[in-house]
Ligand binder design. Structure first.
Ligand code: HEM
Length: 174
């Protein structure tokens, strides 16, 4: 029963996070880049993606660790089976994608707040209020160009994560 619950929370969190990342890249990044989407709307989308990243960034490793404990002990099976390698890949992709989203939004915020430290960024993210009193520069196109490499790489990793999860769901042999 607990394992089933862990699977449910894990899959829902994974779907929400990868879906949110792909949507921001597909629907907001190009429109921010060509200036059609206003700066506040783009910043809000990036901040909300960061919040989804952080919330699922608690749920995914906690449920994932529990699933490893239930399904892959002794832990050696992680390195000696095909499914174990797929799980290790999942863990690594999660870490890399987390870092990319955090850094991308940090780079965006530092465009309007160059002296921002890590502590304040971790506490606040990039709320729309941070734009108050900043004026019209940088615009959404500038923020999009700063975030673009990080968001595109995150989208690529999101696709790889989904492929990895599909391989596990499709039952690659132990
Ligand atoms: C800390 C990071 C993560 C860890 C430790 C982890 C671990 C695991 C483990 C142990 C399983 C069970 C594998 C099995 O059935 O044998 C699993 C399944 C799954 N994971 Fe993750 N995972 C992580 C991140 C993610 C992320 C970011 C996604 C986003 C797509 C994801 C999506 C899934 C899905 C959809 C399944 C179900 C696959 C199935 O049907 O068996 N996981 N994960």
């Amino acid at each position: 029963m607990l394992l089933t619950t862990a699977f449910v929370f894990h899959v829902v969190s994974g779907a929400l996070w990868t879906g949110a990342t792909l949507y921001v890249v597909y629907a907001t990044l190009p429109r921010a880049a060509d200036g059609t989407l206003g700066r506040a709307a783009f910043v809000d989308a990036a901040h909300r993606l960061l919040m989804v990243t952080r919330w699922t960034g608690v749920v995914l490793p906690v449920t994932g660790a529990y699933m490893i404990w239930r399904l892959y002990t002794p832990l050696g099976t992680l390195a000696t089976t095909g499914r174990g390698w797929a799980v290790l890949a999942m863990l690594s992709l999660w870490g890399a994608m987390n870092g990319l989203v955090e850094l991308g939004v940090l780079r965006m915020r530092r465009e309007v707040d160059p002296d921002l430290g890590w502590g304040r960024y971790m506490a606040e993210g990039f709320p729309v209020d941070a734009l108050a009193g900043v004026g019209g520069v940088p615009g959404s196109a500038r923020l999009a160009s700063v975030a673009r490499p990080y968001l595109l790489a995150s989208a690529g990793l999101a696709v790889l994560l989904l492929v990895d999860a599909a391989l596990l769901a499709g039952g690659i042999p132990g």
